[in-house]
Design a protein around this ligand. Structure first.
Ligand code: ATP
Ligand code: MG
Length: 252
């Protein structure tokens, strides 16, 4: 009972196949994994291995072909509708993608406040919360700008504030550094690490880049739709050592 209270997500033998023409293509092939509250989980694997499809199933966006996806011990697809799953996302999840989408007519602070307005909060309260979260990501001085006036790295920080402003149970990030240069990418990862460690925000991040695995407290390694390794704590360092060694050998 105690242990299961700490688990945020549980995937049990989850499969997903897509009909392409007349053929069913297996994309996720029996993923079993769990993510606990407070973790920084990184789902890593090469392009096309099924990472984003797996995330979509965590989000309630993609019905598994078989298997169960549980969030806080509840099957998110049982007795659900598109609407109920959309509500589930709005309340529980903060999401960032490779490229943020802005309401272009709105300023930075208005964009960040927007999710709260959608949830029915008053304007003043939403504005104050938006400033509070812009402060957390070091962007409070930019509130009056338009998002497109900012650099890619700054825009991702603002996107992060917008994803967190309604205080979701989890932040889900799909390749959040994909469009950033190396330095901005490292800054983004440091910010995510701080949010995880100092503010206890649970993070699930997808990447194909092993460089980012070092920030994780749990690594879920995928290949061809399957989980081929799960590592936590010290095991992550060992996993990275082996990977780096193999890469060096390969380069010789
Ligand atoms: N709706 C769909 N219909 C058909 N095939 C799909 C669909 N969605 C994804 N796929 C296929 O499933 C495979 C895995 O896709 P997915 O986007 O999950 O990979 P990924 O690991 O996120 O890759 P990347 O690192 O490139 O983002 C790909 O071959 C993709 O073309
Ligand atoms: Mg993807």
């Amino acid at each position: 009972m105690q242990a299961s209270a700490q688990i945020l997500y549980q995937l049990a033998d989850v499969h997903k196949q897509f009909l392409v023409g007349k053929q069913w293509i297996p994309v996720v092939q029996g993923v079993t994994a769990e993510i606990k509250i407070g973790e920084f989980a990184v789902l890593v694997g090469p392009s096309g291995c099924g990472k984003s499809t797996t995330l979509h199933m965590l989000l309630g966006l993609e019905l598994p072909s078989s298997g169960v996806v549980k969030f806080r011990d509840r099957d998110i697809y049982a007795d659900s509708t598109e609407d109920s799953r959309s509500d589930f996302r709005k309340i529980n999840i903060g999401m960032i993608y490779q490229q943020p989408n802005w309401v272009k007519s709105m300023s930075v602070v208005e964009n960040v406040a927007f999710p709260l307005l959608l949830l029915g909060h008053g304007r003043d309260e939403a504005h104050a919360k938006a400033l509070e979260f812009l402060e957390k990501v070091g962007m409070v001085d930019w509130g009056g700008y338009h998002p497109t006036e900012l650099s890619g790295g700054q825009q991702q920080r603002v996107a992060l504030a917008r994803a967190l402003v309604h205080q979701p149970a989890v932040l889900i990030a799909d390749e959040p550094t994909g469009n950033l240069d190396f330095v901005a990418g490292q800054e983004m990862m440091q910010l995510l690490t701080d949010l995880n460690q100092k503010h206890g925000i649970t993070i699930i991040m997808v990447t194909h880049d092993l460089e980012y695995v070092k920030y994780a407290t749990r690594v879920i390694q995928m290949l061809d739709g399957k989980v081929v390794g799960q590592h936590t704590g010290k095991e992550i360092e060992n996993f990275l050592k082996v990977k780096r060694f193999k890469r060096t050998k390969h380069a010789e």
